[in-house]
Ligand binder design. Structure first.
Ligand SMILES: [Zn+2]
Length: 469
């Protein structure tokens, strides 16, 4: 039997199983595995057991639900039958979901999946239970029709939407169990349904709180207005100096570890620019774009660091009026980081700068919010990245675009840091699918394409790996 026959056989298996595959996805969607709310802990555990059972039926071995007191279970399964010459891939997905209530504006019960116009509506449909099932259905099809050409390990997380603490400690403590040649994180969304796109860079983040203190207590603005420096005003004066007229961050040293994009990469990023710009307009509905004029929207989002004021509080802003001169004012600030910017170092630079900007009439304190992650840039040209690009091209009929994304995915940074594996991100969602919002859905044709993409990926990775070693 040739490789082509084998692929044909697997595709036939997927076609014959289509209804059952959708029904199984619905079964998983009916379990409200909401990790952000303690009262759903039993549901998260039930979803973990359901996935473990599905893994066994798909032909995976050493399947195990890994529990830890006070944290949501991980689910592990593997198939190592391709032998020691073949590469081993560690796949990551998450099966927990955000909360959802009918009253949030859902047209139907978020935990009773329904299909309308080729879209399956339910909480978790796109983020990220369809990804879990794409992985399990693809491996099931491959194992049912001859063996896989690669070894596979699956690690599914149950608290991606909350703390994520369990998987981070597990990866740190059990690197042997997760030993592999490559890793794939299957999650996320593409900016266009018909045009595949792969993210290879994610920004890091660091967050902090700035507190500006004036008088010891709130004061009467009639008695003390005009002779005490109002901390709310002092805070605004400080914040207003953190960017210059070119929207550049003024913190000295802030850009020292930023790597400028080369011409080749800029040209590559420019290809996805029309999609990024369209999405920007659709989602923000802001009057006009803002940011560093030397960089386009894609570059500003994915290759430049930011300093963002996430919230300001101080004085009285409720209904009515109170002529108060507040004792203190607070701002929550976070920076998205790129390249080699270190969260702790950026925080230090920012603290020094704010200390210099603080006038003698008030005192200020910048405190870490305990949350930091460096940026990640996945290496292009690795076997796993090439296999992913080719697999998408085969299944979608179009060459994927390459994207830099502005957000952060802690597990990707953790895999990089602890396991040091070449990695690819393989999303099968669409950005307009309402992840985290009401009426979340997934396009069933994208789920089908996802399964086919994975089938191509197995063969392609075996080939690329053999060529690379
Ligand atoms: Zn999510």
């Amino acid at each position: 039997m040739t490789d082509g026959d084998l692929l044909q056989d697997r595709r036939q298996y997927v076609a014959d199983s289509e209804n059952r595959f959708v029904e199984e996805l619905c079964e998983l969607l009916r379990i409200p595995s909401i990790s952000t709310r303690a009262e759903h802990a039993a549901d998260v555990a039930r979803a973990a057991r359901w996935i473990a059972e599905k893994m066994r039926r798909a032909g995976l071995e050493a399947v195990e639900v890994i529990t830890k007191e006070g944290q949501c279970p991980l689910v592990y399964g593997e198939w190592l039958g391709a032998g020691p010459q073949a590469p081993t891939v560690l796949f990551y997905c998450h099966y927990d979901v955000q909360p959802a209530f009918l009253a949030d504006g859902w047209r139907s019960d978020p935990f009773q999946p329904v299909i309308r116009d080729g879209k399956l509506y339910a909480r978790g449909a796109v983020d990220s239970k369809s990804h879990v099932m794409i992985q399990l259905h693809a491996v099931e099809a491959a194992l049912a029709k001859g063996a896989l050409p690669i070894n596979v390990k699956y690690l599914f997380e149950g608290e991606e939407e909350s703390s994520g603490a369990h998987i981070l400690s597990f990866v740190r403590e059990q690197p042997q169990k997760l030993h592999a040649d490559y890793a794939v994180a299957s999650d996320g969304s593409m900016p266009d349904r018909g045009q595949p796109a792969l993210v290879y860079a994610l920004r890091g983040i660091v967050s902090c709180e700035l507190r500006v203190q004036g008088p010891a207590r709130d004061l009467h603005s009639g008695h003390y207005g005009g002779n005490v420096h109002n901390p709310a005003q002092a805070l605004c004066e400080i914040l207003a100096q953190l960017h210059d007229e070119n929207s550049t961050v003024t913190v000295p040293g802030f850009y020292d570890q930023v790597i400028e994009l080369g011409e080749t990469e800029r040209a590559e990023l420019a290809q996805a620019l029309p999609w990024i710009e369209r999405e920007w307009h659709e989602v923000t509905e802001a009057p006009q774009a803002w940011g560093e004029s030397d960089y386009n929207l894609h570059e500003r989002t994915g290759a430049r660091p930011t300093l963002e004021i996430n919230g300001i509080a101080g004085g009285y802003a409720e209904e009515g009026f109170k002529t108060v001169l507040p004792a203190q004012a607070i701002a929550k600030i976070s920076c998205r980081l790129v390249a080699r910017q270190e969260p702790a170092q950026i925080l230090r630079l920012l603290a020094d700068h704010i200390a210099r900007l603080t006038p003698p009439t008030v005192t200020s304190e910048l405190r870490s919010a305990g949350y930091g992650e460096p940026a990640v840039v996945l290496e292009l040209g690795t076997a796993v990245m090439e296999a992913a690009l080719t697999a998408y091209e085969r299944a979608w009929g179009k060459k994927p675009l390459l994207l830099r994304e502005g957000g952060s995915i802690p597990i990707v940074a953790s895999f990089e840091r602890e396991l040091g594996l070449p990695m690819a991100l393989m999303p099968f969602g669409y950005k307009g699918c309402g992840a985290h919002g009401p009426n979340e859905h997934v396009y069933l044709d994208m789920v089908q394409k996802g399964i086919h993409t994975m089938l191509h990926f197995y063969d392609e990775l075996a080939r690329q790996h053999a060529a690379a070693v």
